[in-house]
Design a protein around this ligand. Structure first.
Ligand SMILES: [Zn+2]
Length: 202
């Protein structure tokens, strides 16, 4: 399956920041509501629900935060997700602009407030560090609360089995790599005495 996707704000004629290799994380909505399972097909969760759980545990990559700010700044606007390879025409407004200018401007945030490092979880003697250095929002080291863990399980562990919610994402957000390991770590040590500590290490 080779699908690639690009998301736009049609009202502002602006391309959303890329996630992974032209992938996506859930539906481009800030709604934090968890979409219930369906017996006949896999459901996509809302980006807002996934972001909430990841930010609760301080797992906020530059890409994730960029996309979050894009949705926040364009809330209530007409957001279009285009799937390449599908017969999925652009809205006229994007088409007209593109015909004239031959490119669509891209949304980009500054990397101020971000730090290059790896995401680390520790629980007792056990430690998990993500594989590659990348940009993370610089957040204070913290011990996950019961609510953070509960939220993470509810919003991530239970939806992640269908990787469509993390489509073509890499690094710390790779469901077949680091993210999968983080899910397992939190499931395994969520109730350990002393809790799970998370931090960005350089
Ligand atoms: Zn907009």
């Amino acid at each position: 399956m080779s699908i690639s996707t690009t998301i736009y704000c049609v009202d502002c004629i602006l391309e959303a920041p890329e996630i992974g290799d032209q992938g996506f994380i859930g539906m481009p909505s800030l709604d934090e509501k968890i979409v219930p399972k369906h017996k006949d097909y896999d459901v996509l969760q809302n980006f807002g629900s996934i972001y909430r759980a990841l930010s609760d545990i301080n797992l906020v990559t530059y890409e994730l935060e960029s996309f979050h700010r894009f949705l926040k700044e364009h809330e209530g606007h007409s957001i279009h997700q285009s799937f390449e390879g599908n017969d999925d025409p652009w809205p006229d407004k994007l088409n007209d602009y593109y015909s004239e200018h031959l490119e669509i401007p891209e949304y980009k945030i500054s990397d101020e407030g971000f730090v290059n490092g790896r995401f680390e979880l520790s629980a007792g003697e056990n430690t998990l560090v993500t594989s590659d250095e990348e940009l993370f929002l610089s957040l204070e080291k913290k011990i996950l609360s019961k609510a953070d863990i509960k939220n993470f399980k509810k919003r991530i562990s239970k939806v992640y089995e269908w990787a469509g919610n993390f489509f073509c994402t890499f690094g710390a957000l790779d469901p077949y790599g680091d993210l999968g390991k983080i899910v397992t770590f939190i499931d395994e040590f969520g109730k350990i005495k002393g809790g799970i500590t998370v931090q960005i290490t350089k």
